[in-house]
Design a protein around this ligand. Structure first.
Ligand code: ZN
Length: 267
């Protein structure tokens, strides 16, 4: 088996014996990759330990046959400790990001620009003011969806193409259909269709987060109510468009996150 090296994040680990496990990584050069970690659960191993929420230089043998490759060594490049104020919230958002990546990344397809973007997301989640965390996460979520081909149509009606600003009543609410995958103007709305309703202010913020950088997002604090609706909108969109069932752990996790981590005085 050839020996390879790549920058990597751990996304998930499955233990299958006292000392060994399978670890899912997001690597810069190989995309999502599952590798066997023999003896990696022992604390006293000679090689570098695998750390969650860290960028590592991973050395591994890649399998040319169907069996899994395995981890040979790892060097810690950057550890995100989430020790600033709001550390529980930081950890929760970073965990949710790992779950989404694990859920959505295609296996073995290199996505170097998304890898770089994920690196900045972790750096910022580790360093920004905690009030910026929700906007940062929503922006990451939107970017991830778009890069992987699940782009929600926020700006224009999914039925007729009118822009939301021209077709929504001033200071009214804006309808988003997770099933149709976008904004639905008043004339295209159907009786008994399910919509998530955002205030026009909240919706405007969401459309801005879809195109802004992580730096810009960290200057746009979102209120509890808006953020809760945005996460609801994105997770429901995801379950329709990516064909993932609603009881997935990451979705439940986000639900918990909404209830516990987004309040102005929490985390
Ligand atoms: Zn329409």
């Amino acid at each position: 088996m050839p020996l390879e090296k790549s920058d990597a994040f751990m996304l998930k680990a499955f233990n299958w014996s006292e000392s060994s496990r399978t670890v899912i990584f997001f690597t810069r050069e190989f995309g999502k990759l599952a590798l066997v970690d023999k003896g990696g659960r022992r604390v006293s191993g000679k090689r570098g330990r695998l750390m969650p929420f860290a960028r590592m230089e991973l050395t591994f043998h890649i399998s040319e046959k169907s069996s899994r490759g395995y981890v040979s060594d790892s060097d810690l490049l950057e550890l995100y400790e989430f020790q600033l104020e709001g550390s529980l919230g930081r950890l929760a958002y970073a965990s949710a990001a790992c779950e989404l990546l694990n859920l959505l990344l295609p296996e073995g397809e290199p996505l170097p620009s998304l890898f770089t973007y994920t690196t900045s997301f972790f750096e910022k989640t580790n360093s920004v003011d905690r009030r910026s965390l929700p906007a940062l996460f929503v922006t990451f979520f939107l970017r991830l969806l778009s890069q992987l081909g699940y782009h929600p149509s926020l700006g224009y009606c999914i039925g007729c193409g009118l822009s939301w600003e021209e077709s929504s009543p001033d200071n009214g609410t804006v309808a988003f259909s997770p099933e149709r995958g976008g904004y639905v103007c008043p004339s295209c709305q159907r009786v008994a269709e399910y919509y998530i309703w955002l205030s026009s202010g909240g919706y405007r913020l969401l459309t801005r987060l879809q195109t802004c950088s992580l730096d810009e997002a960290s200057l746009m604090p979102i209120g509890y109510q808006d953020c809760s609706l945005m996460l609801d909108l994105l997770t429901r969109f995801l379950s329709y468009q990516a064909g993932v069932s609603g009881d997935l752990k990451s979705l439940e996790f986000l639900e918990k996150l909404k209830n516990s981590q987004l309040g102005p005085d929490k985390g």
